[in-house]
Design a protein around this ligand. Sequence first.
Ligand code: 5GP
Length: 205
Amino acid sequence: MKNGLLIVVSGPSGAGKGVTCKRLKELAPDIQVSVSCTTRDPRPGEVDGEAYFFLTEEAFNEKIEQDGFLEHAVYLNHQYGTPKDYVLGMLESGRDVLLEIEVQGALMVNAHYPEAILMFVLPPSLEVLEQRLKKRGTETDEQTRKRLEMAKKEIELLKSYDYVIKNDEIDKAARQMLAIIDAERCAVKRNLDLSKRLLQGENIL
Ligand code: 5GP
């Protein structure tokens, strides 16, 4: 069976990648969204196993030693990582998997899986980004300031990505993501076996 697509979505905190990915999942329920592990504390309303698997530093480090992460990175003093077995298992069973991760992790994934599709979500402006971060109300002023500084550094890494989504409207952004995924599914480089199979008399649909 053909492997599924590995879709990586990054973008600064407040760019709206979380809600956009949620909308994408509604539009394309077959896409599997990987649940990451993190050592940061849950925000109000975040459920363990849904938003993240919330781990202690010890448990996270143990998982690193066991080679349990596809990638992992430190972001503003907390560790984040993508569970390896889940993602590889899904891809091998032909399912498309979406990772919503920051830039260091995305570049690590790309180094190991160059066939991954890398998308970067940008906010309409830095002002909008700041407003969104403040409106969230889940971070202190100092944390918001650090996230903004981090955002500027992340935006400079746009050039390492394959696609950019300018996120002014969630539905439009999610539909653009889906269009990119559909186009990638049709890419000849991912379908090189088709001519042979067709010529052998197979129905390729
Ligand atoms: P937050 O604390 O706002 O949930 O996430 C902070 C940053 O970590 C976001 O950019 C988010 O996409 C990223 N992130 C979430 N899970 C992972 C992961 O498994 N690996 C990496 N490298 N980044 C992650």
